[in-house]
Design a binder for this molecule. Structure first.
Ligand SMILES: [Zn+2]
Length: 87
């Protein structure tokens, strides 16, 4: 139960039971984001479509959960037009 968090089906599928991942910038194995302050680890790109990892944990989480996959980028574009993203 220590590895439980709200996420959509897609992200949950990529995360599976993983609690660590490789930071693509340093190659270091680090803990994935878990019950921390989102803004300490992530930011939005200027156009609001991509999540940017600010820390090793942020970058590893983006990579493992594929947080910049095409489906999510398209969803963010729609939400931007609707004025509800970034929230
Ligand atoms: Zn998701």
């Amino acid at each position: 139960m220590d590895n439980v968090a709200w996420s959509c089906l897609g992200c949950n599928g990529y995360k599976s039971n993983k609690v660590q991942g490789r930071d693509p910038e340093t190659g270091e194995i680090v803990p994935l984001f878990h019950r921390q302050v989102w803004l300490d680890h992530f930011a939005w790109s200027v156009d609001g479509t991509h999540v940017i990892g600010l820390t090793p944990t942020g970058r590893a989480t983006i990579r493992i959960l594929r947080l910049n996959r095409n489906g999510l980028i398209n969803l963010r574009r729609v939400l931007l037009i609707a004025g509800v993203h970034p929230g």
